[in-house]
Design a protein around this ligand. Structure first.
Ligand code: IPM
Ligand code: MG
Length: 360
């Protein structure tokens, strides 16, 4: 039976990198007879420009109907000054995550041996790095109520947000993380700020309770400030990390950089049934948009994750990952991962190289 993939290019470099990922998906669709139907819709700033809102009904309906979603990136300076947060590109992304219940965000940080020298850390600290960050994606301070900016006594403006998790939300992301750890090296580090924030005291308690169901997984706890430090000091101590929405946002950027470039990292955002949205970990990079220089590999690797987790095509995913490794072996590099002696290529040339590797 045919399956639907919704493609959401978004803003900035989004359309350029998604175009390359789409070529890859169309090729493997044909090569491996996957019977995928691709459709495209607007989200983020592109949707604001066309329809006045970052997440038009039609896009949300298409997202609900799809078996999997591939997203580029959203946002840019053009829309950043709108005082109404509802009309910001980011709301489009957050709206899909929350409307579809995509609470389980998997952000692997894997160092390709070919890129050990692109990392800002010494090769011996990062070589062989393979961490999975499991980030809760539909709760916490990103979505907590009440929120806003108000006037308090004396006409003083006050901004406020609410950091809230109930035990069910903690348990369901905990399960995703324990299961992932079980399938890997069986070590799980839960990151919190339990020395200061009550909500994370509960987080820690629930993780402890859950660990009784996973006796084969070794659970540890770390405060987020220490976790940030350990990630840049000795990142290989980690196998799987699990944390809330905002800490996960921050730590996953740091972990990404360890691998040489955030331009290499895919991510998956899954609901309870494994339906998901797949996107590169990086943003819309408006500074280099439209210049055919962005790295499309994170988006291409997101296609691989999508095939593996939502479309039951693990072997095709393996082929795409092998093709990416092969183009790195050919010393082809976009600017973000380029170093002396390597051949600098454009977004489209990188796409061409992956396509050629898949056709070989
Ligand atoms: C991410 C991004 C988003 C987030 C933004 C664009 C809303 O930084 O996916 O990490 O904060 O979740
Ligand atoms: Mg982020």
């Amino acid at each position: 039976m045919s399956k639907n993939v919704l493609v959401l290019p978004g803003d900035g470099i989004g359309p350029e990198i998604v175009a390359q990922a789409r070529r890859v998906l169309e090729l493997v669709n044909q090569q491996d007879s996957l019977d995928l139907q691709l459709t495209e819709a607007l989200v983020g700033g592109a949707a604001i420009d066309a329809h006045g809102v970052p997440l038009p009904e039609a896009t949300l309906d298409a997202a609900r109907a799809a078996d999997a979603i591939l997203l580029g990136a959203v946002g840019g300076p053009k829309w950043d000054t709108n005082p109404d947060f509802q009309i910001r590109p980011e709301k489009g992304l957050l709206g899909i995550r929350s409307s579809l219940g995509l609470f389980g965000n998997l952000r692997p940080a894997i160092l390709y041996p070919q890129l050990a020298h692109a990392s800002s850390l010494k090769p011996e600290i990062v070589s062989g790095l393979d961490i999975l960050i499991v980030r809760e994606l539909t709760g916490g301070i990103y979505f907590g109520q009440p929120r806003g900016v108000r006037l308090k006594e004396g006409n003083v403006r006050e901004g406020y947000n609410t950091y809230v998790y109930d035990e069910n939300e903690i348990r369901r992301i905990g399960r995703v993380a324990f299961e992932a750890a079980r399938a890997r090296n069986k070590r799980l580090c839960s990151v919190d700020k339990a020395n200061v924030l009550e909500v994370t005291v509960l987080w820690r308690e629930v993780m402890e309770e859950l660990s009784k169901e996973y006796p084969d997984v070794e659970l540890s706890h770390m405060y987020v400030d220490n976790a940030a430090m350990q990630l840049v000091r000795a990142p290989k101590q980690f196998d799987v990390m699990v944390t809330g929405n905002m800490f996960g946002d921050i730590l996953s950027d740091a972990a990404a950089m360890l691998t040489g470039s955030i331009g290499m990292l895919p991510s998956a955002s899954l609901d309870v049934d494994g339906k998901g949205m797949y996107e590169p970990c990086h943003g819309s990079a408006p500074d280099i948009a439209g210049q055919n220089m962005a790295n499309p590999l994170a988006t291409i690797l997101s296609v691989a994750m999508m095939l593996r987790y939502s479309l039951n095509a693990g072997e095709t995913a393996d082929r795409i990952e092998a093709a990416v490794s092969q183009v790195l072996d050919q010393n082809l590099r976009t600017g973000d991962i380029w170093s002396e002696g390597m051949q600098k290529v454009s977004t489209t040339e990188m796409g061409d190289a992956v396509i050629a590797a898949l056709q070989a």
